[in-house]
Design a protein around this ligand. Structure first.
Ligand SMILES: Cc1cc2nc3c(=O)[nH]c(=O)nc-3n(C[C@H](O)[C@H](O)[C@H](O)COP(=O)(O)OP(=O)(O)OC[C@H]3O[C@@H](n4cnc5c(N)ncnc54)[C@H](O)[C@@H]3O)c2cc1C
Length: 398
């Protein structure tokens, strides 16, 4: 590919950084500009609720690439500056500092921001390194902590805060934790895990507001109950950062619509990572995958496609979480199983001992797996799930 104008990547997160490095690894020798509105160089977000929050890891440990690697690879990394407008017709970007940049090809890797709910101004959120460091400083004083939301990030924050000696209360709207990614019985295993580690977990709580008080915060439920603590964190999921794409007229359906080659609806513009809306292979419609493996794998594929090296991307979602030293790993599409409850899976191992795998079936085909404490078995299942193998083949191979 020859052009004097650069390939521009908007978003200096994991997807943006991976795409830039892949472009060079594939031999592209033209200019590459990566623009990110956070002040830091690209960093890993998973440690924000684990090692960085606990204080085991420092910001320099979670960088996606060494500081020197950007200059060595002649990648212009511009941090602390946002892209305000995109004009696909003239292939130009307007930046926050008033400057204008033309691009030859563009990758949108704008990720997302923490979901904020009206009336919950008293709660902090956790999406950025700056937010994690601010929360870490507060947790060092061992305050009582309210965590709102028992999804993966909320539960990780709760586990980390317990390890630091904080009193932790978790409030969740659903009847079980992890309702978005796991069947109710598996959420129940995590409810037990947290309660046995001293978390005061309340399920089925519909909050109406979280407000600041003189000595902390108070969360009030619609039914009148209330909980107070010194600090509150709302872990209510992510909102994809699609405004730039929407204003530029790109197709957006819960995320920036991309095809198998990571192309958006506008010529020359690709997208990758948390912000994308991809076709669901089993349920129809579209979905977003908010895990780091997708950010990396889709960004690598997007970079190759951007260079004209055709690389279809058909992901198998995969996520991991560590709480109290227990590993949870989920892959595939458990919610696409015929029955997403006690009957819809094959269980191997013992949930009470936190050592088991649950295999989820659609007909007799494997469509999802969740493993607790079984990393080798998880890797084997993750490796085979793309082909949706039959029950006989799967069980014979384990
Ligand atoms: C606390 C936490 C814990 C997590 N733990 C795990 C885990 O254990 N396992 C797992 O698989 N995943 C985990 N994730 C999710 C994982 O981190 C994400 O899937 C991944 O970071 C997505 O990368 P991305 O590059 O697509 O988006 P992002 O990381 O969101 O990066 C996008 C970047 O683009 C910037 N940007 C947006 N708009 C503009 C603009 N207009 N101009 C310039 N810059 C812009 C944003 O500020 C951001 O820096 C976790 C996430 C969080 C927040």
């Amino acid at each position: 590919m020859t052009s004097t104008e650069p390939i521009v990547i908007v978003g200096a997160g994991l997807a943006g950084a991976t795409a830039a490095q892949t472009l060079r690894a594939e031999g592209h020798d033209g200019p590459i500009v990566v623009i990110g509105d956070e002040p830091e160089r690209p960093y890993w977000r998973p440690p924000l609720s684990k090692g960085l929050l606990a204080g085991f890891a420092q910001p320099e440990h979670i960088a996606v690439a060494a500081e020197s690697s950007w200059a060595e690879r002649h990648i212009e990394l511009r941090t602390g500056i946002g892209v305000r407008e995109l004009d696909p017709g003239t292939r130009t970007l307007d930046l926050d500092d008033g400057s204008r940049l033309r691009y030859h090809r563009l990758l949108l890797a704008t990720g997302g921001r923490a979901r904020r709910v009206p009336g919950m101004d008293g709660a902090r959120t956790l999406r950025t390194q700056a937010e994690a460091l601010a929360l870490r400083e507060e947790l060092a004083g061992k305050p009582s902590l309210l965590v709102i939301g028992a999804g993966l990030i909320g539960l990780e924050v709760a586990a980390t805060a317990r390890s630091l000696g904080c009193e932790v209360t978790v409030l969740e709207m659903s009847g079980v934790p992890l309702a978005r990614i796991a069947p109710p019985w598996l959420g129940g295993v995590y409810a037990t895990l947290h309660r046995s580690n001293g978390v005061d977990l309340h399920l089925g709580v519909r909050l109406s507001e979280v407000t600041e008080t003189a000595d902390g915060v108070v969360a009030t439920a619609e039914d009148g109950r209330s909980w107070s603590a010194e600090v509150a964190v709302a872990a209510l999921g992510m909102v994809p950062e699609t405004e730039l794409a929407v204003r530029a007229g790109l197709a957006v359906q819960g995320g920036i619509v991309v095809d198998e080659l990571c192309r958006t609806s506008a010529p020359g513009i690709f997208a990758a990572g948390d912000v994308t809306s991809q076709s669901h292979p089993l349920l129809g419609g579209r979905y977003r995958i908010e895990h780091y493996s997708n950010a990396m794998e889709q960004a690598s594929a997007a970079a190759r496609n951007l260079l004209g090296i055709e690389t279809p991307y058909t992901p198998v979602p995969s996520s991991t979480s560590e709480q109290y030293g227990v590993q949870l790993a989920v892959c595939g599409w458990p919610a696409a199983a015929d029955v997403f409850d006690e009957r819809g899976h094959t269980l191997r191992g013992e949930p009470a001992e936190l050592d088991f795998s649950a295999l989820f079936w659609k007909g007799d085909r494997l469509v999802g797996a969740a493993c607790v404490g079984r990393s080798e078995e998880f890797e084997r299942l993750r490796g085979m799930i793309a082909d949706q193998p039959s029950m006989d083949d799967v069980l014979a191979s384990l």
